[in-house]
Design a protein around this ligand. Sequence first.
Ligand code: SAJ
Length: 430
Amino acid sequence: MSTAGTALGCWDAGVIGLGYTGLSLVVALAHEGIPVTGFDIDPAIVEELTAGRSHVLDVDDRELADLAPHTFFTTDERALASRNVLFVCVPTPLRNGDEPDLSHVEDAARLLAGVLHPGQVVIIESTTHPGATEEIILPILERSGLVLDRDFLLAHAPERLDPGNPSYRLGDIARVVGGASPASTAAAVAVYRRFVAKVHPVANARTAEMAKLLENSFRFVNIALANEMADLARHLGVDGWEVLEAAATKPFGFLPFTPGPGVGGHCIAVDPYYLTWSARRAGATPALLDLAGRVNRRMPQVVADLVGEALAERATPVEGARILVVGVAYKADVADVRNSPALECIRLLTGAGADVAYADAHVPLIRQPGLSLDAVPLTAKRLAASDCVLVLCDHAAVNYQAVFHHGRLVVDARGALARRGLRGSHVRNL
Ligand code: SAJ
């Protein structure tokens, strides 16, 4: 009986899905001298990567050029058949707003079932709901006729990256690993110990899936608390940012989360709904997560209302108001607009008749259903000509002094000015 778990020593890898998770993993493996085949269904991605051009913020072209000579990119899944360890790093978005969409993971599992060979280890890094690896992915892989443990091993090791955060290299971030069988756990632990400093094995794959959802639900709920606290501070006549700054001086038992226009991105905005969907299906009631979702998803409307109130105080109707949005990415210093709450804010204000433009050096254009805008330069003239400047993403490179001095009315949904000591009667904070 040959399983990769016993044969693991010198191994090579295949990575399925070359987005920010998969490509970061290819680079981390290659840096350890592990031969890597990067697979993606999108020929354009494979072509760009083969030409040494990265489409991922945290992987620059120089890093691609430095990849070991045994790293190559392909759209041909047959190249995966000879690799010992196969990592699945494909997107797991939502369907209908709050249901897991595992279609990409299922497609990847079907593709692997077509090339699976005895001795291989399959590791799912994509975020899934508790039970998905063992109850959905394993049966698809076993349609190959191969059998778990006898022929192949399967584990879940949720990715843990913070896009745009240079402080943590992939290899420095502890990893949770749980197998569909004990032998799978052991093999996956051996795999990650090759390139990750700390590996934390758990009982099974569903435990690893649940750990990831807790991590991101923790952020989701605390962001909702920050958003609610901002609302309470406004009603109670205190400066919410000053309150937050003060509370953050507590050296223990407190983590500062900041209010904002809502929760964007492809993780925090998504993963908690994998948990609520699973919970309800199991007969549980995720009341706190549901409430946090309602609080966070209301924020674009809260921001749009704040703009309306601020304009009304200056006898300016939203209809026809010239609004300049500063920052549309889902968070600071990234170029990603997936699920960005800024887009919903723009839709709401445009829907109310405002004339909205945006400036964001990271995002040259927006092409979304019902929203097509090109970025404008952030100039003193444009700031002064706007009825309202609306800060929706606090990129570090923005000249907030200019926003403060040239903006006649500034609504700041990120505390970008307050955190820089820029306070004035013409500035309204979330
Ligand atoms: N946000 C707030 N207030 C906060 C923190 C975040 O409004 O206090 C908003 C952000 O603006 C953004 C969204 O929430 O729209 C998500 O922010 P994030 O900082 O969690 O960013 P992500 O989703 O790119 O990265 C997260 C990781 N972030 C951190 O650990 C800081 C982490 O939760 C996951 O490892 C990663 O996603 C993932 O891949 O799951």
